[in-house]
Design a protein around this ligand. Sequence first.
Ligand SMILES: [Zn+2]
Ligand SMILES: [Zn+2]
Length: 425
Amino acid sequence: MKTLIKAGRVIDPANKIDAVMDILVEDSKISKIAKNIPVKADKVIEAQGKIVMPGLVDMHVHLREPGREDKETIQSGSQAALAGGVTSVLAMPNTSPAIDSKENIKILKTAIQKSAKVNCFICAAITKERLGAELTDIASLKKEGALAISDDGASVDNDDLMLEALKVAKKEGLPVICHSEDKKLTAYGVVNLGFTSTRLGLRGISAESEYKRVERDIELARQTGASIHIAHVSCQESLELIARAKKNKVRVTCESAPHYFTFSEEAVLGYDTNFKMNPPLRSQEDRLAIRKGLSSGLIDVIASDHAPHTENEKDIEFERSEFGVIGLETELAAVVTELIGNSLLDWSGLVMKMSLHPSRILGLNKGTLSVGADADIIVVDPGREWIVRKENFYSKSKNSPFIGRSLKGFVEYTLCQGKVHKWNS
Ligand SMILES: [Zn+2]
Ligand SMILES: [Zn+2]
């Protein structure tokens, strides 16, 4: 099977390419990339005026299977990924049961083989049942295929235990993804501490609860030489700590998510629970700091933190509703609209943050369009505007803060391992 993607603007920063070119895909691999490929293909995609780039690699996704198939399944979540131009996801381990043993990884791998439509990679837990009390057998988790470890949803509170985890992770060559939150400081808050918490009379979550834990995690990474990745950075102080750590050669990378650079805490004034996530939307200054961090290169990765919840868990009082929002189907367009649209990022920068860097952090041979690479490719209409509609989501859950918004940048084709999917609406 030969597929020819013709005359698109090819963006492949790993190979320093930003030029109009053809790409030939044979079966599941990229077989040729050149100015003009005169070949008789089985399928031709006319990509004039379109962006052709590596499929997105989203390193922070909650697929909810096993255990909460009412929120999302591997099948529905990976279908949502495909539609959003995401060809690889890293599945977070806070499922039920948690992915904290070789046996549970095996069960997950079987489910992935059965129903995944994109490449699904596995992040395993740091502690058993993610309770923060006892380390998992990190070496055997790696052997079984885990690409990273994280207790995402929680932080490992015990400093000694986290230190031990980083020592083993370093030995095993596994990155540790840090959900940096001191629950003692979060204190059952539901929105950012400050203007909105006062206005709404709701309990606040301080920025300190995040950056104090970022500070600890960086210190432990410095002591051990382990690689850490700070998930969902939401405030300015965390960024300052990460900038300093990078300067001091600590092995730290970080991510933020589209909601943190699109919205600020004012968005929750209408008590819409689709703006409730953890960490919470912060101040306008924090939002601007995140945008600046993305533009300067300080923030390495954009990930969705796709966190599906059912309507029963979201469409209730603000305080009782679950934290988290979906994002697989809107992340590319959010970045095109907010960052490329405001000249904070160019297309190569987008590919680096949403595909190349996460691939490198996870040790994946993805994020490029090199000859011989897996044919994970997307074709994007950069100028096409579309309105985010609840009824169009492939995700089982609809808890998106982007519903009703007009976004620019539409994924027209997703090729995953060479298999072509076309999207119309
Ligand atoms: Zn988290
Ligand atoms: Zn998460």
